[in-house]
Design a binder for this molecule. Sequence first.
Ligand SMILES: [Zn+2]
Length: 125
Amino acid sequence: MPQNNRKPHIVCRRCKTRFSGIYCPYCGAENGVVRSVRGRGGLLAGLLRFLLSVVALSLILAIAFAILDYVASASGDGRGAARAILDSARYAIPQSVLDVYATIKVQYLDGWVASVSEFFRVLFS
Ligand SMILES: [Zn+2]
């Protein structure tokens, strides 16, 4: 009498390993069914991921804007390209955001940039 009647073998759909039981001993897939990791989080996790990437993107844009702003103001009117990009960016950014940026710039960035440029001035002199 064959003993494997109550434990039928399953062929894993992911790695084609034949096994009996719940989990594939080779790749760990449940019942040999591939379960997606992404689908488990649901709508809220997807929304959270989206918001995080939006925040990260706007942070990168803000840093790029600040660098451009300092490049433009450091070189006066000589470097026209940075100034031109800044001016077109200013039209696209709401005034309230620009006001917040100006406040942050005066309170934190100016002192930070001054100390960084002082550091490089000492370093290269
Ligand atoms: Zn498997």
